[in-house]
Design a binder for this molecule. Structure first.
Ligand SMILES: *Cc1c(COP(=O)(O)O)cnc(C)c1O
Length: 404
């Protein structure tokens, strides 16, 4: 089980004060905090073996290369990819999705259909709209109901032999809904359509097994699971990664270059043009080690307790409405109090040391669906406590009194 007080010692930022109050950090769905072991990994890299990788014969370069490739191996093991070269280290989820969406340009034809869900982050919408503009493919949307659950019967009717690709998030960052990705993948595969799962919001809570899911692409950002910003994963099945053209040209991604013709490197380097975020990649590996030491089952069980506790307490606040009440959800709560603007609530609770997110959470279609400008979003991690939730409830009551 989780020893939360011990875990909190691992996160130096949790000791600080904000506006004279102890920090209560409930913006974990936007980015997670960083444990000391990951900070140490970053300091160690720049202190002791900072060098460019893969090209150098000198010792520092070899040390950095070994550490970077070890990190790739850790990512591979964590997500259970069959091959290390199926793990492309990118700058994050957005970059990963753009690699796939751009790569599909040559694989789609006018009139082909691609399917998204109604509860996506903008980074899993816009690159595909751009793909449609380039190819004449048509974007279809799986609708959701008031609870924030996808209407799977509608998915069935959207699927056809025109369907080439389906891309859905594993967990919605705005609502917390855990989507039925197994079923989504299975039904798409029955029609030979490829599936990309945006795992950015699921990865801090659920350990995905890409082989067991039989998913074609799975993408995450390290900064949502205790790692640094600017690094992430594109997992792709070998067969798909071989089919897709490179995304960027440059160093590292080539085999032979002449002015007449260039041949590309094999996987994973074909998709890793230029000097990567070497330190970030190594720190990503350290972050996965840290979280696996705690254990994802323990994390999920503890966060479910926080979610239940916070939900019950929040619902006692007069006029408070929660958006996203799916049966299966992670520890994300989006809400509004009466007609008070979320931004005003966020500003007042910040004065009391409480960090929540306000706005559309990069998911404007969800806000349009509920006909609201945005929500206040509290999102929890395994280092949060019930006492912190109590502090938030007090702060929200104060805000409601001042603004209501
Ligand atoms: C955070 C998030 C993204 C975007 O991740 P970046 O790190 O900004 O690229 C995409 N999808 C979901 C579901 C997210 O939560």
């Amino acid at each position: 089980m989780i020893d939360v007080q011990k875990i909190r010692q691992d996160f130096p930022i949790l000791q600080r004060q904000v506006n004279g109050k102890p920090l209560v950090y409930f913006d974990n769905a936007a980015t997670s905090q960083t444990p000391q072991v990951v900070i140490n990994t970053i300091v160690d890299y720049y202190t002791n073996y900072n060098a460019n990788i893969h090209r150098g014969v000198h010792s520092l370069s070899q040390e950095a290369t070994d550490a970077y490739e070890l990190a790739r191996h850790k990512v591979q093991t964590h997500f259970n990819a069959k091959h290390a070269h199926e793990v492309i280290l990118t700058s994050g989820t957005t970059h990963s999705i753009n690699i796939v969406a751009t790569g599909f340009t040559s694989l789609l034809q006018k009139g082909d259909e691609i399917i998204v869900s109604a509860m996506e982050h903008h980074s899993n919408i816009v690159p595909w709209q751009m793909l449609c503009e380039r190819t004449g493919a048509v974007l279809k949307v799986i609708p959701m109901n008031q609870e924030g659950t996808l209407i799977m019967e509608e998915y069935d009717t959207l699927l056809s032999n025109k369907t080439k690709l389906v891309f859905v998030n594993h967990v919605s960052n705005a609502l917390g809904t855990i989507n039925p990705i197994r079923e989504i993948i299975k039904k798409a595969h029955a029609l030979d359509a490829a599936v990309l799962i945006d795992g950015a919001q699921a990865s801090p809570h659920i350990k995905a097994d890409v082989q067991e899911l039989d998913v074609d692409f799975y993408v995450v950002s390290a900064h949502k699971l205790c790692g640094p910003t600017g690094v992430g994963m594109l997992y792709g099945k070998e067969s798909w990664l071989n089919k897709l053209p490179p995304y960027q040209g440059g160093g590292e991604m080539i085999d032979q270059v002449t002015f007449e013709k260039t041949t590309y490197a094999g996987l994973p380097h074909k998709f890793e043009a230029g000097t990567p975020n070497i330190c970030g990649g190594i720190a990503f590996g350290a972050a996965l080690d840290y979280m696996n030491n705690i254990g994802f089952d323990a994390i999920a069980a503890y966060e479910a307790e926080l979610l239940e506790y916070a939900t019950q307490k929040l619902l006692k606040i007069d006029g408070l409405k929660i958006y996203g009440t799916a049966q299966e959800k992670t520890a994300v709560i989006s809400f509004n109090i009466g007609t008070i603007h979320p931004y005003d609530i966020g500003t007042i609770v910040d004065k009391l040391g409480i960090a929540v997110r306000t706005g559309h959470h990069c998911a404007q279609p969800i806000m349009d669906f509920y006909k609201i400008p945005g929500t206040v979003r509290a999102s929890f991690a395994f280092y949060n406590t019930k006492e912190e939730i109590d502090l938030m409830i007090d702060a929200l009551q104060k805000a409601a009194m001042m603004l209501g």
